[in-house]
Write a protein that binds this ligand. Structure first.
Ligand SMILES: Nc1nc2c(c(=O)[nH]1)N[C@H]1C(S)=C(S)[C@@H](COP(=O)(O)OP(=O)(O)OC[C@H]3O[C@@H](n4cnc5c(N)ncnc54)[C@H](O)[C@@H]3O)O[C@H]1N2
Ligand code: MOO
Length: 410
């Protein structure tokens, strides 16, 4: 049975929506390597303000603006030095009529209301400094201009008040959001549990180490694993021979361990189509989608897990993931949809009129050159910059015509 790209997409959305909706919440450290890209499962409110305390924006002197009100180059104001406030120190108190050396990020001394950058002091450099509890400060600093209240002072909570909403449920953790969470005192955060997928590559020809005659390296397994991990999926891989009984037993056991089983290969018209042979009796649907590559497709709903069946040719497998899984995983991960770019075609191109063709392409010198359509060309797949969609009904494209390109391998 042949179906359209859109119909198959809709079928997979029906299959996978309940799987995605069933993912519950888990706690994760916001500063752990797995946090980036995960989705918050609750609204989160700041435990600490950002900044956590009022601090200096500059290395310089903390002072009272009133003490410097009359300072001019002709009549500078000289203030004796107080203790030095360094980043990490407890708050010190500024004695009236003194200036305290203060470093960027240090707490503003109690009583100070302005910071004069070191470059603006007459000497332009710090003299010998003394931190609280480590001796008695001596020396002076000379100022030739007033400094207004609040100058170079970063007030506590100016970015976010304690108790304010840091991020809503559904927010994707980015490097910057991780910084905001940690800054607001939120280290352990509730996130949606990662989707668990078992990638099952199939075929007696697959080999992991030294392929003997007739064998090939299993490239689909690492390719799809890396591809799925872009979407925060927890992947386990299995390589299964062309033995339908063993395949059926393995799938049955996997059901309890993962949310989705993704099989690759073994679904077209051959005599040893292990996936089709094992899953068709269990209600699996196998059909031909009017796309190229990636025509043969299948899926099954088992009692405890959904099964998605991609064709085995490497280009077909990857494009099946891009066409059918990527839109759903982007939605799941609150990622934006990609935006196409437009380039003129470098040469004429043909496409089968009754199929939606997806071609790999390279963009050179402002033009898009379409690569060979073969679904076994895994190196061409790797060197492609873009995908070009040629819809049903279009059989020819002319050199120079502007076409839509969708970035890939970025
Ligand atoms: N008589 C027909 N033959 C084929 C048809 C058809 O309609 N009628 N469709 C062709 C198309 S299109 C595709 S796509 C493939 C899909 O076949 P399968 O999904 O059954 O995949 P396999 O036969 O198992 O493998 C196809 C191809 O890919 C290689 N392969 C498989 N797994 C891997 C892997 N993990 N890593 C690297 N390469 C892999 C495999 O060795 C084959 O060369 O069927 C066409 N035939
Ligand atoms: O659909 Mo197959 O994926 O053309 O090679």
């Amino acid at each position: 049975m042949t179906c359209t790209l859109e119909n198959h997409r809709a079928e997979l959305e029906t299959l996978l929506s309940p799987v995605f909706a069933s993912l519950d919440s888990e706690k994760l450290l916001a500063d752990s390597p797995e946090a980036n890209g995960r989705i918050l499962s609750e609204d989160l409110y700041a435990l600490l303000p950002i900044p956590a305390f009022t601090n200096s924006q500059m290395d310089g002197y903390a002072a009272r603006s009133a003490d410097l009100a009359t300072a001019t180059p002709q009549s500078p104001v000289t203030l004796p030095l107080g203790f030095t406030a360094a980043a990490g120190d407890r708050q010190i108190t500024l004695a009236e009529g003194t200036a305290s050396p203060v470093m960027t990020g240090a707490m503003i001394p109690l009583g100070a209301d302005t910071v004069i950058p070191i470059e603006e002091s007459s000497s332009g450099a710090f003299p010998d400094l003394v931190r609280a509890g480590r001796g008695t400060p001596s020396g002076n600093a000379e100022f030739t201009a007033p400094s207004e209240p609040g100058r170079f002072i970063r007030p506590a909570g100016v970015d976010l008040e304690a108790g304010a909403l840091v991020a809503q449920a559904g927010t994707r953790l980015t490097p910057t959001m991780i910084a905001a969470l940690v800054s607001s005192g939120l280290r352990e955060v509730p996130v949606r549990r990662a989707l668990k997928v078992a990638v099952c590559t199939t075929g007696d020809e697959l080999s992991d180490d030294q392929p003997s005659q007739g064998q090939i390296p299993d490239s689909n397994s690492p390719m799809l694993t890396a591809w799925l991990r872009q979407y925060q999926v927890k992947v386990r891989t299995l390589q299964l021979p062309d033995d339908p009984k063993r395949f059926a037993l393995t799938i049955d056991a996997l059901q309890e361990q993962v949310d989705l089983i993704l099989t690759v290969g073994g679904i077209s018209a051959g005599a040893y189509e292990v996936v089709r042979q094992a899953l068709a009796p269990l209600g699996g649907a196998f059909h031909h989608v009017a796309i190229q590559p990636g025509g043969p497709q299948g899926f099954a709903q088992l009692p405890q897990a959904a099964v998605l069946c991609f064709p085995g040719n490497p280009v077909s497998a990857l494009l099946s993931a891009e066409l059918f899984l990527a839109p759903l995983l982007r939605k799941l991960n609150a990622l934006p949809d990609p935006v196409p770019q437009h380039y003129p075609l470098a040469a004429d191109a043909n496409s089968p009129e009754h199929k939606h063709q997806v071609r790999r392409a390279v963009i050179r010198d402002g033009q898009v050159a379409i690569l060979d359509p073969g679904s076994h060309l895994v190196h061409d797949l790797a060197r492609a910059d873009a995908l070009v969609h040629i819809p049903v009904g279009v059989s020819q494209l002319a050199a120079g015509q502007s076409i839509e390109t969708w970035s890939m391998n970025v």
